[in-house]
Ligand binder design. Structure first.
Ligand code: MEV
Length: 424
């Protein structure tokens, strides 16, 4: 009997086969499971091993392309990496329905990131704050000195904010350095700056520096998008009313707002992942921004225009990059960025906002009319059919019968599959 301990010394130094053998010894998985892991990625193992520690395989998420999007006058194909069926179909549909009004129009507030340095144990925090603000020029120099390439590309230090926060252990001084990271998401750059700067801040204020890290509430990188859906394109005045009523629910109730915003992130995160960006950073920023008033609310707005159509708009933090991190080293991310045809991070961020709005509109329209299950279930039925063991032509037939019967469940699928096979 193998002993089930997760304490495996030097695991990271092992080859892939050795790692798999060690996993087999501890977890007791069979050879077939190891074979699945070995065949799990089209990417070379050396690349996977460089991307994360202790790599054993890859996890393939489907990449699809949403069609019909027009963003700021450009026709775009949107690469999306998502395991959720119906996301790509929904966005393609929604984008088609606003082509006659010009599609999506976008803007962005900038490409600045905030890094925070926490100073604690100051006897005179207000004086400390004043001292830090006096040093703005020196702080700019220290920050820019950390990343001369960024400065050469037109980015670098932009501004300084110093806040005093009353914590449980007394007041702390929190310094924000504001850095234009241009085409990079910028985490590495601003974190290095924060760590380099912190000892000087501590010396100037007489405090002790503690955390030094970027903030994911990237509210100096706000991407916005808007679009109009004509009532004739979406099923008439009743649908228009249904959509604004649904949006009103999200504006006023955090339980609904969480789900409403999740729908937005179905689109945003799929593009974020496809472009090799950090989905968690984008999610964290979006939800923190949604709660900025103190009450969690919707990231989008839907109104009825003077003509009786639906005007949708959205604004959310969008710290996306096209250089650095996985965006450059992951070949699929590179391919996706090429399909999208973006030349800078601001453009990618603006498109992501449009994708979020499109996705959101699609969900609200479905919810306000036929309900979400109709579209969802047709696609979900295919997954259930495969899980039930259907192969080849059986998948489509079983999926169709499951969706028609509206009981898209594993047990029902198995019974119908047995029927299909008995008739063969
Ligand atoms: C499901 O992934 C997303 C929705 O729940 C979004 C919404 O309710 O607005 C359909």
């Amino acid at each position: 009997m193998s002993q089930r301990t997760s304490r495996i010394s030097g695991f990271h130094k092992l080859s892939r086969d050795e790692r798999l053998a060690a996993i087999q010894a501890v977890a007791g998985v069979d050879d077939a499971t190891l074979e699945v892991l070995k065949a799990s990625s089209a990417l070379p193992f050396e690349l996977l091993d460089r991307l994360v520690e202790n790599a054993i395989g890859g996890f393939t998420v489907p990449v699809g392309v949403a069609t019909n999007m027009i963003v700021d006058g450009r026709d775009l194909l949107i690469p999306m990496a998502t395991e959720e069926s119906s996301v790509i179909a929904a966005i393609s549909n929604t984008a088609r329905q606003c082509r006659d009004t010009g599609g999506f129009f976008t803007s962005i507030s900038g490409t600045e990131m905030i890094a925070q340095i926490q100073l604690v144990k100051l006897s005179d925090p207000w004086a400390g704050r004043a001292k830090v603000l006096e040093k703005k020029a020196e702080i700019a120099q220290i920050c820019d000195g950390c990343d001369p390439l960024l400065v050469k590309l037109g980015g670098g230090f932009r501004d300084l904010e110093v806040r005093i926060i009353d914590g449980r252990f007394g007041p702390m001084v929190v310094v924000h350095i504001i850095i234009d990271t241009k085409d990079a998401m910028g985490a590495n750059s601003v974190n290095t700056m924060a760590e380099t700067l912190a000892p000087s801040l501590a010396a100037w204020t007489g405090g002790r520096h503690h955390l030094r890290i970027l903030s994911n509430l990237a509210d100096r990188r706000l991407a916005r998008a808007r679009a109009v859906w004509r009532k004739e394109a979406i099923g008439g005045a009743e649908v228009v009313e249904g959509i604004v009523l649904a949006a009103d629910f999200a504006d006023h109730d955090p339980y609904r707002a969480a789900t409403h915003n999740k729908g937005i992130m179905n689109g945003v995160s799929a593009l974020t992942l496809a472009s090799g960006n950090d989905t968690r950073a984008i999610e964290a920023g979006a939800h923190a921004f949604a709660a900025r008033s103190g009450r969690y609310s919707s990231l989008s707005r839907f109104e009825i225009t003077a003509e009786g159509d639906v005007a949708g708009s959205i604004e959310l933090p969008m710290a996306l990059g096209i250089v650095g991190g996985a965006t450059k080293v992951h070949p699929t991310a590179q391919a996706c960025l090429k399909i999208l045809g973006v030349t800078n991070a601001a453009e990618l961020s603006r498109i992501a906002a449009a994708v979020g709005l499109a996705q959101n509109f699609g969900a609200l329209k479905a919810l306000a009319t036929v309900g979400i299950q109709q579209g969802h279930m047709t696609l979900h039925a295919q997954n259930v059919a495969i899980t039930a063991g259907a192969v080849g032509d059986e998948i489509a037939e079983l999926a169709r019968r499951l969706a028609e019967g509206r009981a898209v469940r594993q047990d029902v699928a198995e019974a119908i599959l047995a029927e299909i096979r008995a008739k063969k």
